[in-house]
Design a protein around this ligand. Sequence first.
Ligand SMILES: Cc1cc2nc3c(=O)[nH]c(=O)nc-3n(C[C@H](O)[C@H](O)[C@H](O)COP(=O)(O)OP(=O)(O)OC[C@H]3O[C@@H](n4cnc5c(N)ncnc54)[C@H](O)[C@@H]3O)c2cc1C
Length: 427
Amino acid sequence: MATENGYIDSYYQATANVLPEQPTLTNDIQADVCIIGGGLTGTNAAIELRKKGMSVVVLEGQRIAFGGSGRNGGQALVGYCLGLREVDETYGPEWGKQLWDLSVESIDIIRERIQEFNIDCDFQQGYIELALNKGQEEELKSWHALKHGRYNYPVAQWWDTDKIEQVANTRRYLGGLFDPNSGHVHTLNYTLGLAQAAISSGAEIYENSPVIKIEKGAGINTVKTATGSVKAKQVLLACNAYLNGLNRKAQSIVLPVASYIAVTEPLGDRQPITNQMAMSDLNNCLDYLRPTADGRILFGGVNHPFNGEYSDSQERLRQRMLKVFPQLSDVKMEYHWGGLFAVTRSYMPEITHLGNDIYTAHGYTGHGVGLTNIAGRVVAEAMAGQAGRFDVFSRIKQGWIPTPEVLRKPALALAIWKSQLEDALAK
Ligand SMILES: Cc1cc2nc3c(=O)[nH]c(=O)nc-3n(C[C@H](O)[C@H](O)[C@H](O)COP(=O)(O)OP(=O)(O)OC[C@H]3O[C@@H](n4cnc5c(N)ncnc54)[C@H](O)[C@@H]3O)c2cc1C
């Protein structure tokens, strides 16, 4: 449900820093680049483009970070939804290593931005990916071996059940792969901080300005809203799961999937995660959880096969949390909300050029808190004429997902039911 300031009711909204409301676009203007979408992708790209001296206009249909960027689990992770062994097998050691290194840079950028622009967003490092069964344990151990081998990432540590229990007070997991570099962040405040940084760097941001059409002309694109337009040679679509058919080519690669989050009351000295790390398991329909700066647990998961909401999704999340922390059975959930993230068939992001100087970066498949940072950087490099690192992503072969809504809903339901069945059979 939207609050008075235009954001959905959530823990993030209740603890948000203030970014003054930006104007609505009401006239016809020009820029080198027009970015459509004011989430993590759009604001990161705006900062990088300004660093290159290019003029930038960002058009956001609602408020900055209204989409996934203001609602997610906050887990800022090195790597991709596609596991490291599969990245290695699919793309080969050389390309796989380039992809891996760019994902490591994603998290470096978060640290850089916080320092450079003094962003107050509760960034905390430390993350563990957890095994619920033998198959997942073997998978994680194969990633551990790759990281310590040719991926040159010796900071990864294997933790057994006892070690996990010492810092997270649960014996649910067979083991886990701890990464001291990944972590978590107050995602709304991080994105608002990026927007403020983009504005201070000279970008123009317009809120409540939904784009209704992109007219392609000779060497110039005209991006139209109901009350104004932006003429720009280059355009970036940064709408992720909220694209809503604005561009059919981009839409055909991503499937929007709803995910839900619940947040407990403050736990005081009952906080089980004493080392402040973020946690997630390796299921397809996974649980993702983390402590907040004020001592709650933020617990996410529960995908709906038709992107609707279960009437009891808060209770479903509570029950899942109790499987991890049965000792919290009397703890109340104080916040509950949902949002859309965008899944690709490759489980890798789509960062590409769509033709006519229109680019897109989306489909992070649950890894956008980290990957949007590098996406913004490599898109800006490509727009400035240096496409080398951008091509590490744009070469990824993506699979088509049916665009008519009538086919998408059953495709989504099938995908979710199939992944839930796989999780159940692996137990
Ligand atoms: C519940 C949930 C939990 C998640 N947890 C995690 C997590 O823990 N870790 C992680 O890495 N990722 C997570 N994600 C995914 C992550 O939030 C996204 O990958 C990331 O926010 C994508 O950022 P973005 O800027 O590309 O898109 P978004 O933040 O979705 O922004 C797109 C913006 O485009 C705007 N827009 C759309 N159409 C138009 C238009 N026509 N004109 C103008 N503006 C338009 C929208 O209003 C929106 O603000 C989660 C997502 C959800 C929903």
